[in-house]
Design a protein around this ligand. Structure first.
Ligand code: SAH
Ligand code: SF4
Ligand code: F3S
Length: 508
């Protein structure tokens, strides 16, 4: 990673280097020259706004994009009236696309008033050729379009855009490249996402991700460890290891390693307090992973284990490669081995051919597993996926009715499960001052639930013990406790009989 002086010493009159990441630092230096000129001309720095519209992986990409813009001399802003606005898009469901088109209309009207404004689009949605065609036709004021595979080239594309008065489009079909050591601007000083792999090989029949993110590629363990060590040295206490299916991490490396082995190495990093990961595909979750989690005091007691459907017949059509029985057995094993584990999931309602009986099977799994929280999605037809051309697409009214039944069940159970830790004193990593009441701060338990308690700004980024006074549905109200007062983790089976509320949020 280059520091500021090293970037200022790059001679941009020379030709750009061929190797990465040196090449991108050269273009960041070039961008610095442009932003410096802008400052001299206008008396203020050009502002840049990156809007994240997707999952945790997209959010991490946005931090990298912001890091490059900041290194290039832009002032980061959250205002879409900035001189440069970049939408980092998602396309997992159709409404994600519709949202982008709607907001582009608004950006176009802003640009009419301020013609020097630059607008760029990147992310998963840009990997779809029809989308790029539509943008060319309907939104000709867009200045730059790039995809997921060449995101590391952002500095280069940005300088090309600054020197061009036409729409710059650069989309790659795929890549096997992983470029390390580019800058990132973290949203939180004390926690960070860390990509451990990119892409997906699973081709669940409803899902567009493998088409827009390409084949699975794992980062080398040494690179991951080095990144986390640097983050910890920079004040990070919690990392979230990111991949579409972390349980298949490392299989294709020259020196194969399992996810559980990687976790063992991450656990050794001094100063790292909390480790999370996302997402686990049930078909690849190993006993070894359960062992590592069970004996770790740093790996958070939270596992996101997408179910998608409770019907073995539908699961087969979804290409998920597990049955209802296998899933339930796995969830029960997890509950048995790690009793204080919070289990969350994703469920799709209305997959083609889903009958009332299939849907009842989903409800049955929800009742058996008792999720701490679940994200429920209405099936969205994605062009190019096998499910999009399957017969028996379920009528909208039927899907909506099932969806609301599922939601009611999920929320009822989630309320009961979340109240499991009421009355305990547990560590909370403080994230922010409460948006509604400035006398309160907001933080997260290891199991991912939010806690609000009296405190001040100085606590942000600190882990403190909090007495969990009252569960209020989707969060706790607590009180700070002495550092020694921490509840023992209760072993034994989970008893949720007379409990109450809670749930949590998902980025998309
Ligand atoms: N790789 C992760 C999920 C990534 S997408 C995994 O396998 O768990 C996040 C969630 O979006 C999925 O779990 C699924 O529930 C939902 N999803 C994906 N494609 C969808 C579609 N076409 N319609 C509705 N929901 C979808
Ligand atoms: Fe999509 Fe399935 Fe890959 Fe998850 S595992 S990203 S749902 S194809
Ligand atoms: Fe994530 Fe959406 Fe892409 S879920 S991987 S941003 S399609």
């Amino acid at each position: 990673m280059y520091n500021k002086t090293e970037i200022d010493n790059i001679d941009i009159r020379l030709a750009p280097p061929a190797d990465e990441p040196d090449r991108q630092y050269y273009f960041m230096a070039k961008c610095r020259e442009w932003t410096q000129k802008f400052r001299e001309q206008h008396g203020y720095s050009p502002r840049a706004c990156v809007v994240n519209m997707g999952c945790q992986m997209n959010a991490r990409d946005s931090e990298k994009l912001r890091g490059i813009l900041e290194t290039g001399g832009y002032e980061l802003s959250s205002s879409e009236e900035s001189e440069f606005v970049l939408y980092n898009t998602c396309t997992v469901r159709e409404n994600a696309n519709l949202k982008v088109y709607g907001r582009l209309g608004y950006l176009g009207s802003l640009k009419k008033k301020k013609p020097q404004m630059k607008i760029a689009l990147c992310g998963c949605m840009m990997q779809e050729p029809e989308v790029v065609e539509k943008i060319k036709k309907s939104f000709p004021f867009v200045d730059l379009v790039f995809g997921t595979h060449n995101i590391f080239k952002f500095a280069e594309l940005l300088t090309t855009m600054l020197e061009s008065d036409r729409m710059v489009i650069d989309i790659w079909k795929d890549t096997d490249q992983i470029v390390e050591d580019l800058p990132a601007d973290r949203t939180y000083s004390f926690k960070s996402g860390v990509n451990i792999m990119f892409g997906c090989n699973n081709f669940c029949s409803y899902c567009i991700v493998p088409y827009v993110r390409g084949r699975e590629r794992s980062r080398k363990p040494d690179d991951i460890i080095q990144e986390i060590e640097r983050l910890v040295a920079d004040g990070v206490k919690e990392v979230m290891l990111l991949g579409q299916n972390v349980n298949s991490y490392g299989k294709n490396l020259d020196e194969p390693i399992t996810f559980a082995q990687l976790l063992r190495r991450v656990e050794q990093i001094d100063g790292l307090e909390r480790i999370r990961f996302m997402t686990s595909h049930p078909k690849d979750l190993s006993d070894d992973l359960i062992e590592v989690m069970k004996h770790s005091d740093r790996i958070c007691r939270h596992l996101h284990l997408p179910l998608q459907s409770g019907s073995s017949r539908i699961l087969k059509k979804m290409n998920r490669k597990y049955t209802k029985e296998q899933y339930v057995a796995l969830a029960q094993k997890l509950r048995r081995e790690i009793p204080d584990l919070s289990l969350t999931t994703d469920i799709i309602v209305g997959f083609p051919g889903e009958t009332e009986e299939d849907f009842e099977e989903t409800l049955d799994v929800v009742r058996k597993v008792r999720y701490d929280s679940a994200f429920t999605f209405i099936y969205s037809r994605r062009t190019g996926t096998p499910a999009a051309v399957m017969e028996d697409q379920v009528p909208e009214e039927v899907v909506k009715e099932r969806f609301s039944r599922l939601l009611t069940l999920v929320q009822d159970i989630s309320r009961e499960m979340s109240a499991r830790v009421q009355g305990q004193t547990l560590p909370v990593l403080v994230e922010s001052v409460n948006g509604q009441d400035e006398h309160l701060v907001t933080g997260r338990l290891g199991n991912n639930l939010l806690v609000h308690f009296p405190g001040t700004e100085e606590l942000i980024g600190q882990t403190v013990n909090v007495y969990l006074k009252e569960c209020k549905g989707f969060y706790y109200i607590g009180e700070r406790a002495n550092d020694e007062e921490r509840s023992e983790v209760k072993n034994g089976t989970v008893n949720t009989d007379d409990a109450e509320i809670c749930g949590n949020e998902r980025a998309i």
